[in-house]
Design a protein around this ligand. Structure first.
Ligand code: MRU
Length: 364
């Protein structure tokens, strides 16, 4: 995707061929900073503290972390230790464990001397695959937007509501939930996106709005509580969100607040789609509410907000009284029954075990 006319992915190999460079997302939208991750510790910090975030990008960053580890010490012990250290950085997005497992199964059978080059090659493949998957998700999701544009809104903008950031910043490129929107816009279909601000970290206000702005896609920022009202008034044609882990029966875990949007969409007959690449499906889990570990992040993310002061400085300010405790569950689970369809790289599945098995028969 383009930032001031230059094409960027969200992660790339540094010139030394060992470290990786990332867009440090903590400073967007006000500052565009690129930082280098040279050690496994750098990679772990970048994932844990959300310099990079979004399920697919977390996975790719961890894959490069394994490569950096192998360049320093390709022993079995180091491979295992790195797998565990990186796997512990964030508990909910399954792409992290998926990417680490991919790396381990590629590297373990190899003699240590061959591991570093194989690790960089596999990490680059995982990054490229992410872009390919997102393009396919985009073209399947585009069909949904095309249909609504043709049947329900001829000549008028199709209004999409999205939550959090499941855009190119959350992936290597294109994004998942945003890929159909970008493709619709490229095709000349009028689209307009209502962007949930997504407290506490404001990924919608800070990241999705920045992306859409950069690409000239019409959008409006709303507070997290506005979606239900807009749906009651016919102002939302469809919801598309991403996911951090989708279960074998189609329950969807995503950024906190997604469930409430799904309830409101269900109550108002608004189609609710989830866009996901298959590495986000956890085939070992069925009941998302009971079985998916929900990350509990620092209460500081609730009691403070970050923004740009009038003098141009990026500031963190307290929004609640000193001494008021905060709780910060970072994700929730939307049961499959509230989901209209899962937009995958292979097509759109019913949010059910049967629906997913139809598209992924090898998982039966
Ligand atoms: O805490 P974050 O910002 O990593 O959460 C990100 C989300 O919830 C995204 O919607 C999800 O990872 C899908 S990204 C394609």
């Amino acid at each position: 995707m383009k930032v001031q006319d230059r094409h960027y992915r969200t992660i790339w190999l540094a010139d030394d061929g060992r470290a990786v460079e990332i867009i440090d997302q903590r400073w967007l939208p006000h500052e565009f900073r690129v930082v280098t991750l040279a050690t496994v510790e750098d990679v772990a910090t970048a994932i844990r503290d959300m310099w990079v975030r979004g399920a697919p990008l977390i996975g790719v960053t961890a894959a490069y972390g394994m490569a950096i580890a192998m360049a320093n010490d390709p022993s079995d012990a180091h491979l295992e230790r790195t797998w565990h250290d990186l796997n512990e950085t964030r508990p909910t997005a399954i792409n992290l464990r998926w990417a680490l497992n991919e790396m381990r199964s590629t590297l373990s059978p190899l003699p240590p001397a061959e591991r570093a080059s194989a690790a960089y090659a596999r990490a680059a493949e995982i990054a490229d695959e992410d872009v390919t998957l997102n393009r396919s998700i985009g073209s399947h999701g585009l069909e949904v937007i095309r249909k609504i544009a043709a049947t329900k809104k001829p000549g008028e903008p199709v209004n999409v509501l999205t939550h959090c950031n499941a855009g190119w910043l959350a992936t290597v490129d294109y994004g998942t939930a945003t890929a159909p929107v970008y493709m619709a816009a490229e095709e000349g279909i009028p689209v307009h996106v209502y962007v949930d601000e997504t407290r506490p970290r404001n990924q919608g206000a800070q990241l999705t709005a920045w992306e859409l702005n950069g690409h000239g896609v019409p959008h409006t920022l709303i507070v997290d509580n506005a979606g239900g009202h807009l749906m009651q008034h016919g102002m939302i044609d469809l919801v598309i969100v991403g996911t951090d882990r989708t279960t074998a029966r189609g329950d969807v875990c995503n950024k906190i607040g997604t469930y409430l949007k799904a309830l409101a969409a269900h109550d108002n007959g608004v189609p609710f789609y989830v866009a996901l690449p298959s590495p986000t499906i956890d085939w070992t889990v069925d009941d998302g509410v009971k079985e998916i570990p929900i990350e509990e992040r620092s209460a500081d993310e609730v009691t403070f907000v970050q923004g740009k002061a009038e003098d141009g400085r990026t500031l963190k300010v307290r929004v609640s009284p000193e001494g008021t405790p905060g709780a910060n569950p970072a994700f929730d689970v939307t049961p499959a029954r509230l989901i209209t369809g899962l937009i995958t790289e292979r097509g759109i599945a019913d949010a059910s075990r049967e629906g997913l098995k139809t598209l992924f028969p090898e998982r039966s």
